[in-house]
Ligand binder design. Structure first.
Ligand SMILES: [Zn+2]
Length: 94
């Protein structure tokens, strides 16, 4: 079998290279963040490589659906449940 890395291009290649570099779990920063207290002075920082990012809030621990909202550059937004999220410019992948 040939090495799949040799044939990969674009985002797939970036993901594979990121795994090779030791970032096994989180090449695109897609992990679930544990909310901080979430009030307006202690917001959950949401890193994004782009000018906006879709945020999902699991409002209650046993919630069966995810509340989604768009967050744009420099913006802070409050979810219906009261948690605050703040946009954070992410460093480009290396
Ligand atoms: Zn919420």
């Amino acid at each position: 079998m040939t090495d799949p890395l040799e044939h990969a291009t674009g985002l797939v290649k970036q993901e594979l290279l990121s795994k090779v570099a030791g970032n096994e779990q989180n090449p695109f920063d897609m992990r679930v963040y544990k909310c901080v207290s979430g009030d307006s002075s202690n917001q959950t920082m949401v890193p994004s490589f782009y000018a906006s990012r879709l945020v999902g809030c699991i409002c209650e621990e046993d919630a069966t659906c995810v509340n989604r909202m768009w967050l744009h550059t420099g913006e802070a937004k409050r979810c219906e449940c009261g948690y605050w999220f703040k946009f954070d410019d992410a460093k480009p992948m290396v």
